[in-house]
Design a protein around this ligand. Structure first.
Ligand code: GDP
Length: 614
């Protein structure tokens, strides 16, 4: 090819870069790309077509395609993750999120933030209540205690007053859901185990979730007032999960309590503080504009949007301009967990903030900015981005198919294993860990458990970029929906060696996607109507197979694909809405809002089916 000329593929002239770097958000479309290089989106569509990829201008495309296209035109494409993008957005306002400003000596000790986790009915809620009731700070006892999502208590260690913040939503689900959104709110996990019941599936799940977050654990052996309580059995059982009591030579603190009878709650609080002091360096700079995370938010009828934020660094004050996710506002009022007005909140302090113009999401990061205008601009740009990302695509995380590139970055593959009984789960885990995949690659089982694939498994997978393996189980509740939204790869197996085989192949970079397109039917356009209400209606004759409502379709003109991935959004025979129309029959249909339909075009409908594995 002549160097002086613009490059061309399949006769399409392309704008030619000179190796400069183009940054595109993950899930960008060809239109986004074209905008950056000042080109015509249609020409990019054509180029890709000649490279063997059929996409429309506004459809979101994968990182690989963006890079391929960039390479073709001599641009260096960098795909930017949502987190990076947000960092860059804040940078344009000279803001850094997530770091304490200033020097070492500006940092001051902050209280630990604790989440209580454990099996259902082991006493998490009761424990939170007991701590709240017995440890209310005297001066504030006047206020009526309210649930705002977190509370802070005052206690003593070695004669010094100390504070601890408790997240008031027990369980690891909320904790991991927040982590999946990039917010780490918890420093220490208290795992509650009922002494009369012992270690149960959710105890193990909670331990795995806490460990995946690298949060130190304190074990509270609860219900020691009950007959049949056997704390030593629990110490014994938990050694299997890497939690070895200090008495046994380990470094995990175990505390025997009764949440109901208020026994040894002080001992638990002491253990939390000792663990924090030993394992963590909890300090923050109180002397900066506040930053943190929104942990709960709702629309209050009288007060408007109300959000509980946990300050993580800096000091939050009434009058500050704030932004949390894509919500912004000015702090008009702050109240604490006793419904008492506060004027400022230091690091690790949860407060309810009134003054947002809309409701932030739980897990959104929040920060104070100089002016209302900046807060509004950040919020608006974030919501525009969220809208784009939603329209465009789901977030793409690790899947076995793209493992090759993922491994190059991290060299580890995180797995979550769910199965129908603990024997198979253990067997599968053991075999996987024995796979000989070379030293460079590390296989990590971040969680394993018995039962279906749950939403909280998906959250954990999102937070730790893991792949979920379901063995003889299926998804529960909205897990599939959430996995699709978050782009988590969930794989189901019924034969152990097949699972092992697939992981092994993936690790060796040999796995190919196993989807195939199945044609459902074809129809020829005989007439085209324009309706101001419905849009463009194609009067068709079904030539083969059947046309189904909601199926995916592509439009062919003279044997060439004009548009791809269109929905059959309405389908009629005469005046009646129908679900399907068979070969030899006439029908009227619309392709979403797509309007460029001509007589003699062919509409082909298809679906992607997973190929059964051999
Ligand atoms: P959660 O599902 O873990 O939040 O458990 P709850 O806090 O709802 O407690 C479950 C049941 O155990 C309730 O009936 C509590 O009253 C009871 N319970 C909680 N702690 C104790 C305890 O220390 N001793 C006894 N005997 N019962 C308790």
């Amino acid at each position: 090819m002549d160097n002086m000329q613009a490059p061309s593929v399949g006769g399409v002239r392309l704008p030619k870069g000179s190796g400069e770097t183009i940054r595109l958000p993950r899930g960008a479309s060809l239109t986004d790309f074209a905008e950056k290089i000042d080109a015509n989106p249609a020409s990019l569509v054509q180029v890709l077509f000649h490279l063997g990829e059929m996409v429309t201008a506004t459809q979101s495309v994968s990182d690989d395609i963006l890079e391929l296209l960039g390479g073709e035109m001599n641009y260096n494409v960098q795909v930017v993750s949502p987190e990076e993008e947000d960092r860059e957005l804040l940078e344009t306002f000279d803001i850094t999120y997530g770091e304490d400003s200033g020097e070492e000596e500006d940092l001051q000790v902050r209280p630990p933030v604790v989440t209580i986790m454990g099996h259902v009915d082991h006493g998490k809620t009761r424990l939170l209540d007991t701590i709240r009731k017995t440890k209310v700070r005297e001066s504030e006892a006047g206020g009526i205690t309210q649930h705002i999502g977190a509370y802070q208590i005052e206690t003593e260690l070695d004669g010094n007053p100390r504070l601890i913040t408790f997240i008031d939503t027990p369980g690891h689900e909320a904790f991991t859901a927040m982590r999946a959104r990039g917010a780490n709110s918890t420093d220490i996990a208290v795992i509650v185990v009922a002494a009369d019941d012992g270690v149960m599936p959710q105890t193990v799940e909670a331990i795995n979730h806490a460990q995946a977050a690298k949060a130190p654990i304190v074990v509270a052996i609860n219900k020691i007032d009950k007959e049949g309580a056997n704390p030593d059995k629990i110490r014994q059982q938990l050694t299997e999960y890497g939690l070895v009591a200090e008495e046994y030579g380990g470094d995990t603190m175990f505390v025997e309590i009764s949440a109901r009878q208020n026994i040894n709650i002080d001992g638990l609080l002491e253990a939390i503080l000792l663990t924090a002091d030993a394992a963590l360096d909890l300090r923050a700079n109180p002397d900066m504009e506040a930053q943190g995370v929104a942990i709960e938010a709702h629309l209050d009828r009288g007060r408007g949007p109300v959000a509980t934020v946990l300050v993580q660094r800096g000091t939050l004050r009434v009058g500050d301009s704030v932004v949390a996710g894509d919500a912004y506002g000015r702090v008009r009022r702050m109240v604490d967990e006793h419904n008492v007005d506060v004027t400022e909140a230091l690091p690790s302090r949860p407060v309810q903030v009134i003054g947002f113009t809309s409701v932030p999401g739980a897990g959104d990061t929040f920060l104070v900015v100089d002016e209302d205008r900046v807060a509004r601009q950040i919020a608006e740009r974030r919501s525009a981005r969220t809208r784009n990302a939603l329209n465009a695509s789901r977030r793409k995380r690790v899947s076995l198919e793209d493992l090759d590139s993922a491994l190059k970055e991290t060299n580890s593959l995180n797995l979550i294993i769910k199965g129908d009984n603990s024997g198979t789960v253990e067997a599968l885990e053991a075999s996987l860990l024995q796979l000989d995949v070379g030293d460079e690659v590390e296989l990590n089982v971040v969680h394993r458990g018995v039962g279906g694939v749950t939403e909280s498994d998906i959250d954990l997978a999102t937070a730790s970029d893991a792949i979920v393996l379901g063995f003889n189980v299926r998804a529960q509740g909205k897990a599939t929906e959430r996995a699709t939204r978050e782009g988590v790869d969930v794989r189901y197996y019924t034969v152990i060696y097949q699972a092992i085989d697939e992981i092994e192949q993936a690790l060796k970079g040999m796995l190919k996607p196993e989807y195939e397109e199945v044609e459902l039917g074809r129809a020829e356009v005989r007439e085209v109507f324009k309706s101001s209400k419905i849009g463009t209606i194609a009067g068709c004759l079904v030539m083969s197979g059947e046309i189904r409502r909601n199926a995916r379709a592509r439009l062919l003109r003279d044997g060439t694909v004009v548009a791809e991935n269109l929905p059959i959004s309405s389908l009629r025979r005469f005046k009646d809405d129908v679900v399907e129309v068979r070969e030899g029959y006439e029908c009227g249909l619309t392709l979403g809002s797509y309007g460029d339909i001509k007589v003699d075009d062919v509409i082909e409908t298809y679906e992607q089916r997973e190929k059964p594995r051999a």
